[in-house]
Design a protein around this ligand. Structure first.
Ligand code: NAD
Ligand code: DAU
Length: 348
């Protein structure tokens, strides 16, 4: 039996990682550590919450002593660290929350792992889940590789870059057995509707304007969340210590094209007149410092670890929209209360 600590497991990507590990590894005990911010939701995990190899721990990674206590108490062998403040727009209005959780919280976990594991770190591993945004912004050519220099442009990406540097520093200095991955934009079930795709779906359902920043020309590389979870499984088990793996879908879309695609699919599914949802598209003030384009070169993980995305985008986006249509109560619950306040402040 191995004891694996997954941080941020009640969030979007974390919940898919927790489910995959609980279901595929009955020989592991999975501890899901999450403080349940606005983005954390235990309803993402109702299907596995009573599994005998699963325990939820409500705790804050900003509490360093508590992290060490938990690592020792549960004899943690491996950490998969996803807990973070994850939304770029929120990092522009409140950067300190990102410094605290993404940088200090990560260093707290590194310290806790060092202390709990002592000198014998054979069979231990610390996996830090990061983002392609640390590499900055591309113009219309080229890809981010694992050796691209860091050039973060937003408080969010700067905080993730800082955390990546600390993880590498703990490997170089203290020989902590670490692996890092940097992934492109995820989409799929359970994503909080502050992010482009679920926000667009939710606003179409509610006949509200669809806010597109600037001219909608910015490009993102989209990957289905379950394919990211599968990649995390492979990096956790087969990744070489000290190495970085880029994860992406080779699937670039301009924001305006993706919003129009969602409009057209939803018009069909909802039986609305062709073109009617497109009329909701509203161009709004651009995000400050908006990165033009992200595009990941994922050849290393494909060649070294044999990972491949399993879904084509057309299938993935269809499944995603179906999930939101079948889970309207989930959406209603997460968009009640503080979401309304955030929404009216941000888009006013
Ligand atoms: P999310 O915002 O949906 O979930 C984050 C989770 O972390 C939430 O459950 C939240 O409650 C928890 N959390 C936040 N602060 C915490 C704290 N102080 N202590 C304990 N738990 C805390 O984020 P996500 O989109 O699922 O992203 C997960 C990770 O993957 C992040 O590290 C993010 O940087 C990275 N990532 C995300 C994407 C993407 O497209 N969403 C792409 C690449 C990498
Ligand atoms: O690239 C990986 C990153 O992808 C992750 O590290 C982040 O955690 C995740 O939030 C995501 O960041 P983005 O900023 O790319 O995602 P978001 O969904 O916020 O925005 C996607 C694009 O859509 C971006 O160019 C901004 C634009 N956008 C977003 C919103 C919320 C709009 O045009 N309108 C909107 O209302």
């Amino acid at each position: 039996m191995k004891n694996i600590l997954i941080t941020g497991g009640a969030g979007f990507i974390g919940s898919h990682v927790v489910r995959l590990f609980v279901q595929n590894y009955p020989q592991y005990h999975i501890y899901n550590l999450d403080v349940l911010t606005y983005a954390g939701n235990l309803k993402n995990l109702t299907d596995i919450e009573s599994a005998s190899n699963y325990t939820f721990i409500k705790a804050d990674i900003n509490d360093g002593d508590l992290m060490e206590e938990i690592m020792v108490k549960h004899a943690i062998d491996g950490v998969i660290h996803l807990a973070a403040e994850s939304h770029v727009d929120r990092s522009i209005s409140d950067p300190m929350a990102f410094v605290r959780t993404n940088i200090i919280g990560t260093v707290n976990l590194l310290n806790a792992a060092r202390k709990a594991w002592g000198a014998d770190m054979s069979d231990k591993r610390f996996y830090h889940v990061s983002t392609d945004e640390v590499y900055g912004s591309l113009d219309n050519g080229g890809f981010f590789t694992e050796t691209t220099s860091y050039d973060p442009q937003s408080p969010y990406s700067a905080s993730k870059a800082g955390s990546d540097h600390f993880v590498r520093a703990y490997h170089n200095t203290y020989k902590l057995p670490v692996v890092i991955s940097n992934c492109s934009n995820n989409y799929g079930p359970n994503q909080f509707p502050e992010k482009l795709i679920p926000l667009t779906i939710n606003n179409i359902l509610n006949n509200k304007p669809l806010p597109v920043y600037g001219k909608g020309e910015n490009v993102r590389d989209w990957l289905y969340v379950v394919d990211h979870a599968r990649a995390i499984d492979q990096v956790f088990h087969q990744g070489v210590f000290g190495e970085t793996y880029n994860i992406g879908g080779f699937n670039e879309w301009k924001n305006i094209d993706i919003v129009q695609l969602i409009c057209d699919i939803m018009d069909k599914k909802l039986g609305k007149a062709e073109g009617s949802s497109r009329q909701l598209i509203t161009f709004v003030t651009d995000r400050a410092g908006h990165d033009l384009r992200y595009a990941i070169d994922a050849q290393k993980i494909m060649k070294d670890l044999g990972w491949q995305p399993s879904l084509q985008f057309e299938e993935g986006i269809d499944k995603t929209i179906d999930w939101y249509l079948a889970n309207k109560t989930w959406m209603e619950e997460v968009t009640s209360g503080s979401y309304q306040e955030y929404y009216s402040q941000h888009y006013s």
